[in-house]
Design a protein around this ligand. Structure first.
Ligand SMILES: Cc1ncc(COP(=O)(O)O)c(C=O)c1O
Length: 441
């Protein structure tokens, strides 16, 4: 098409220093950023403004599940934006209804509410719990130590990590933390005001810790007994990252299959297990912002007209992209890729732990939600002197070799690759990780 109005000159000339300066002058410095200025991407690779290529094993913190610049996402964006971008939730639109039906199909009988982020999806679940317990005066939500549920005021109150709360006290009331994977502690922590329990199927920010099947089944039974809602935060561990749509489906699958480990009742419980609410975001839009929560059928109409809303929730554009992402994952069997290549990746990380015990403590995780746990910084002489955590120094060294990963806590290097990562890319990632391990051992 002929350009009628000439494009304005680029605001910045893709220079590292000029972009940095724009940030230091104009952007609130609430993020600790790496010294990288990224310009574009293709598949599993990103390029910085100097043209250096990086294998992206972080995928924008578990967001870019189809990698970068996927043509199906571009096409969905272009096609839908030609028709309808936004109309508000005063009206019905087909993509939102279709996306809700796809999510219900993958989780279980219930309904969905659409938001814009993970924190906002969790906020919706908190309001649902408050509404559920309101007439009985129940409002308290238990969450796990080391959990992460977002950065809004309720999100940081729900998050079981002091570092996100510091400086923002007093905390929003109504949240208490319990040790993760400890059923007895959950039972002991209940109070007459408790209305819900919220956990991640695999703790992400807390360091890649999966819930045990016993914990999930036990919490379900406890919540049924005490008429408490059981919520799962699937924002990071959901959307096929573990090899199943939701991580609880993956975690319980192995128990259901191991019949020698379980009686018939337990097998039934595994196949029929459903939480009462699931929050989603991140990979849901493959990079386009969208969040959602699913609520189980008996509670699906608790939030009636006028009780909860957000202007941008479930726009036709966001939902069309999310539908396309699901279609591609299903067509290309990326769930299987996450499961199989993830298993290979984990075995390789375990090999590093065996071969370099002076640097690597263990491998953690499920599918494409993996962690390389380093030993304490003080025990790695080449990392001990720096005031940066071992995880941060490791991630920085990987950047130098052209690989992106994400630190979690002080000692864990997180791998959250695109679900369509290729075997040779996984091999490249492991080779570079081993290089860094060797260089510090
Ligand atoms: C488990 C979990 N819940 C909630 C959130 C918050 O999501 P968002 O950053 O989209 O608000 C995150 C973000 O990392 C997360 O990992």
């Amino acid at each position: 098409m002929k350009e009628i109005v000439p494009s304005p000159p680029p605001l910045v000339h893709n220079q590292f220093e000029s972009v940095r300066e724009l940030f230091s002058k104009n952007v609130v410095p609430s993020y600790g950023r790496f010294d990288l200025v990224l310009s574009h991407g293709q598949g599993s690779y990103l390029l910085d403004v100097a043209g250096k290529r990086y294998l992206d094993l972080g995928a924008g913190i578990a967001v870019c599940c189809l990698g970068h610049a996927h043509p199906a996402i571009t096409e969905a964006l272009v096609e839908q934006s030609r028709k309808l971008v936004h109309v508000s939730n005063l009206y019905f639109t087909e993509p939102q209804g279709r996306l809700a039906a796809e999510l219900v199909k993958r989780i279980g009988p219930g309904k969905c509410f659409f938001a814009n982020s993970g924190a906002e999806a969790n906020e919706g679940l908190f309001k649902l719990a408050r509404k559920f317990g309101h007439d009985e005066g129940r409002f308290e939500i238990l969450t796990a130590a080391n959990s992460f549920h977002g950065r809004t005021l309720a999100g940081i109150a729900a998050t079981g990590q002091d570092k996100v709360k510091k400086g923002f006290e007093p905390m929003t009331p109504g949240f208490r933390h319990i040790p993760f994977n400890d059923l007895a502690a959950a039972r002991n922590a209940l109070s007459p005001a408790t209305v819900a329990i919220l956990i991640e199927g695999v703790q992400g920010e807390g360091g890649i810790t999966p819930a045990t099947p016993e914990y999930l089944l036990g919490l379900r039974a406890l919540c049924d007994e005490k008429k408490i809602l059981l919520f799962m935060d699937g924002v990071q561990c959901g959307h096929y990252r573990t090899g199943k749509f939701q991580s609880f489906q993956r975690i319980l699958e192995s128990v259901g299959q191991a019949s020698s480990l379980s009686g018939t009742n337990r097998q039934d419980a595994c196949s029929t297990f459903l939480p009462d609410g699931v929050s989603m975001a991140k990979s849901l839009g493959g990079g386009f912002p969208i969040g959602a929560f699913w609520v189980r059928a008996p509670f699906a109409d608790l939030l009636g007209p006028g009780t909860h809303a957000t202007t941008f929730g479930g726009t036709p554009l966001a939902c069309a992209v999310a539908l396309k992402v699901l279609e591609v994952i299903e067509r290309e069997r990326l769930d299987e890729n996450a499961r199989k290549l993830g298993e290979w990746f984990k075995q390789e990380l375990e090999r590093l732990a065996t071969n370099y015990p002076q640097v690597v403590k263990r491998a953690r995780g499920l599918g494409f939600m993996l962690g390389l746990e380093l030993v304490e910084k003080e025990r790695i002489p080449k990392l001990a002197a720096s005031d940066k955590t071992a995880a941060l120094q490791f991630v920085n060294r990987l950047h130098q070799l052209g690989v992106m990963t994400i630190p979690a806590g002080t000692q864990i290097v997180r791998l959250l690759p695109p679900l369509n990562l290729k075997p040779q890319e996984a091999g490249e990632g492991i080779a570079r990780i081993e290089e860094v391990v060797k260089s510090v051992s």
